[in-house]
Ligand binder design. Structure first.
Ligand SMILES: Nc1nc2c(c(=O)[nH]1)N[C@H]1C(S)=C(S)[C@@H](COP(=O)(O)OP(=O)(O)OC[C@H]3O[C@@H](n4cnc5c(=O)[nH]c(N)nc54)[C@H](O)[C@@H]3O)O[C@H]1N2
Ligand SMILES: Nc1nc2c(c(=O)[nH]1)N[C@H]1C(S)=C(S)[C@@H](COP(=O)(O)OP(=O)(O)OC[C@H]3O[C@@H](n4cnc5c(=O)[nH]c(N)nc54)[C@H](O)[C@@H]3O)O[C@H]1N2
Ligand code: SF4
Ligand SMILES: [Mo]
Length: 680
């Protein structure tokens, strides 16, 4: 018997696709994009088209296990759920009694974007036991803070409205790889005459298809934004009326950008002065103009204020007035859900020290596990994340995870590096196997997914696992036994007008629903920014440009001459698919410019060592024009355990934080590359 069931892709991607799962006799045989979903439009990205390989992989974790060898060695023996839960309950209680509840640390990110499984029962549980709180900064916090500083709301242009734009700027946005459902709208706009320009230090597939691609020096985007505003004000291309009605600080900004002449900005960014002038004029004149900004620009110490400055551009030109004009970094806040009702911060227990549970920055996990002492982290529960591969300062992370006195629980689908360090390893369902509610950060449709497939082996959802641990610890708090549907109803009941007409029943019937916003949505055409007076902020704090410290122009340039970025791999989702060989090959590559390769006698295909004072990684060199001289690129993120000496790319990267939002600075890293000696 064949039937078609609905689901939602839960991967960390702006597109949040609606899925159709073809099921024959209980087994999925095909995954398709829902043709009725206005953004998914019936197609999926390359990685999720093949997701059933992952779903049915022989490598899936199916049973609870207890560590049987050294930490990190990956040796485990199967145990029962009862044994696993008893051990966890007993150890968590012990740690809490001995060291205080803050000695327990949750560690998670967006392995699933499902609200219940990634931000729901887990939050209630950790609040209730008084664990340390995790500051989830590893991806987007700098950009969010920058966007909020200017717009006051994380709203953005609807993807379908990109068809109306006549100038489209992909700024640090790898659209064909990370946001492919925006592409058809861009194609349609270009057919109608739109110009499409890319600003990226890496020649992505998107850059290859652009009308113009500018290689920019990593971390210099703020200078470019200021330079563009210099030309726009100088040439009178700004919208003085829009600024005076809907923004605060226009005069001061106009004054500040006088220093950012095209010639000065050319030096920092690597663009030609004439190109900067042309780009500014085209951006301001070809209307409507839209910027697709993505998170690539904010993974460096200037990243927060770079986003803050870039978000000023559509304010200064009044691009927000027109349908298809403005900017999209994230649409997430349009989903005005009752998040406090879901997470229940009111359950928080005061720590032994009488304070609100401390906040630990996830981008500083290495420090948290090896330096923090008030109290030290004695137990960690990891879910929806693979910190041993993805977190910066990997040596420190591993040293921490190797600590014999650290009790680690990992809830996973695959035995990645993090799982190898677990004391107790628990098997998790995939998004095809559990209920969840999904917002999106690249469109405006909310979706509900019910299990399309039965969970294999003894896999359980995070929600269920947290219920079970709570019960085993003897916590009789009804909120920790809430059903999935109760939590979904709570989330939807925010009372915000965007949520009008959206209920669990309507979602069960329709699978996806557009938020209650107009079909043609111009969020900031007449102000409406997220400040009491509705005006955007053109605030100068932190806006002056100084090269990022760890760059060729920065104060910490030292002896390593090449800037390394590690953008997203095309067929990857961070480290989620890296158990597969083809992806392991893609992420074992360093792209180096022919000029830099020649200096080092490196040829295409050579094994090379990429290193700095923090560490060394062995990769295969690919020599071509993917980067400009001085910049190398390593597609992220390989499983360290597949690398020689288990040394992954993040051993090279510091845990320096961004200027705003306490984010990680993955794309600010100086290295040297040399050919590996041939072993005889
Ligand atoms: N295929 C695929 N899709 C993914 C992911 C994946 O791993 N693979 N990961 C998901 C996740 S977690 C996220 S956060 C999103 C991110 O989506 P994106 O932000 O689009 O991806 P990134 O590769 O981080 O950065 C985008 C581009 O910015 C460039 N860049 C790097 N440094 C700079 C800079 O200083 N200035 C400028 N202008 N550009 C810079 C990179 O070369 C890259 O091409 O993608 C999601 N989608
Ligand atoms: N060098 C470098 N490092 C980077 C980046 C980079 O561009 N360069 N990108 C950074 C960014 S933007 C991000 S967002 C982070 C991402 O880092 P992570 O959040 O760690 O993302 P993934 O590597 O995809 O790992 C997610 C894990 O969650 C698991 N998972 C999926 N669904 C579920 C579930 O329902 N329950 C449980 N328990 N587990 C589940 C998957 O099996 C997978 O192993 O990496 C960061 N690290
Ligand atoms: S990863 Fe993104 S593009 Fe691919 S199916 Fe999932 S939501 Fe869609
Ligand atoms: Mo991310």
């Amino acid at each position: 018997m064949t039937e078609t069931r609905h689901s939602v892709c839960a991967l960390d991607c702006p597109d949040a696709c609606g899925l159709l799962v073809q099921v024959e006799n209980g087994r999925a045989t095909k995954l398709r994009g829902n043709p009725n979903h206005p953004v998914t439009r019936g197609f999926l990205c390359a990685k999720v088209t093949k997701y059933l390989d992952r779903e049915y992989s022989k490598d899936r974790l199916l049973y609870p296990m207890r560590r049987a060898g050294k930490k990190g060695a990956g040796e485990f023996t199967r145990i029962t759920w009862d044994e696993a839960l008893d051990t966890i309950a007993e150890r968590f209680k012990h740690v809490s009694n001995e060291w205080g509840s803050e000695a327990i640390l949750p560690y998670s990110y967006a392995g699933s974007m499902g609200l219940l499984n990634a931000n729901g029962m887990d939050r209630r549980f950790f609040h209730r036991i008084g664990a340390s709180r995790l500051d989830r900064t590893i991806c987007a916090s700098a950009g969010s803070a920058g966007l909020m500083a200017t717009q006051g709301l994380r709203y953005g242009v609807d993807p379908a409205d990109f068809v109306h734009a006549r100038f489209i700027l992909a700024w640090g946005a790898s659209i064909l790889s990370t946001n492919v459902h925006l592409w058809p709208f861009i194609v349609e706009a270009r057919r109608a005459g739109a110009k499409f320009v890319v600003i990226d230090p890496y020649k992505t597939k998107t850059a290859e298809l652009a009308d113009r691609h500018y290689f920019i020096n990593p971390g210099s985007d703020k200078a470019l934004a200021l330079g563009l505003m210099h030309v726009i004000f100088r040439d009178g291309l700004h919208d003085a009326d829009y600024i005076s009605r809907y923004a605060q600080g226009g005069d001061d900004l106009e004054h500040l950008v006088r220093d950012y002449t095209p010639e000065a900005v050319a030096k920092w960014t690597g663009l030609d002065a004439a190109d900067i002038v042309e780009l500014a004029r085209e951006y301001a004149n070809k209307r409507p103009s839209v910027i697709r900004l993505n998170y690539g620009v904010q993974r460096n110490p200037n990243g927060g204020t770079a986003v803050k400055a870039i978000a000023m551009l559509p304010v200064v030109t009044g691009a927000w007035r027109e349908l298809g004009g403005g900017m999209q970094l994230s649409t997430s806040q349009t989903f005005a859900l009752n998040r406090p009702g879901l997470e229940m911060p009111e359950l928080q227990q005061k720590s032994k020290l009488g304070r609100e549970a401390r906040l630990i920055n996830m981008s500083e996990l290495g420090k948290a596990l090896t330096e923090v002492d008030d109290p030290p982290v004695k137990a960690m529960l990891v879910y929806c994340s693979n910190p041993a591969a993805v977190a910066p300062n990997q040596h420190a992370v591993r040293r921490g995870m190797e600590r014999e006195d650290l009790f680690t629980v990992v809830i996973e689908q695959f035995q990645n590096d993090t799982a190898d360090y677990a004391d107790i390893l628990l098997p998790s369902t995939t998004f095809l196997e559990h209920t969840d509610l999904y917002g999106a950060y690249g469109h405006h449709y909310i979706q509900l997914a019910r299990p399309a497939l039965e969970a294999p082996g003894e896999c359980k959802s995070n929600v269920e696992i947290f219920r079970l641990i709570a019960k085993r610890m003897g916590i009789d708090e009804p909120a920790l036994q809430a059903t999935d549907d109760e939590m979904i109803s709570t989330l939807l009941a925010s009372g915000h007008k965007h949520m009008d007409g959206i209920t669990i029943e309507s979602l069960d019937e329709q699978h996806f629903q557009r938020l209650n916003i107009p079909d043609q949505w111009l969020p900031f055409a007449e102000g409406g920014f997220g400040f009491p007076d509705g005006k955007a902020r053109l605030n100068l704090d932190g806006l002056r440009y100084h090269p990022t410290p760890e760059s060729r122009f920065g104060e910490d340039r030292g002896e390593f001459p090449l800037e390394m970025i590690s953008p997203k791999a095309h067929d990857a989702m961070n480290s989620t698919f890296n158990y597969q060989e083809p992806l392991d090959t893609e992420t074992a590559t360093v792209w180096i410019n022919a000029e830099d390769a020649a200096h080092r006698a490196i040829a295409h295909g050579d094994k090379v060592k990429v290193f700095n004072a923090r560490g060394s990684v062995e990769l295969t060199a690919r020599v071509d024009g993917k980067t400009a001289p001085g910049v190398v690129a390593v597609p992220a993120v390989r499983w360290p355990k597949k690398s020689p000496n288990r040394s992954g790319l993040n051993t090279l990267i510091s845990d320096r934080l961004t200027d705003l939002g306490g984010g990680a600075t993955f794309y600010s890293c100086l290295v040297e590359v040399e050919k590996c000696k041939i072993e005889l």
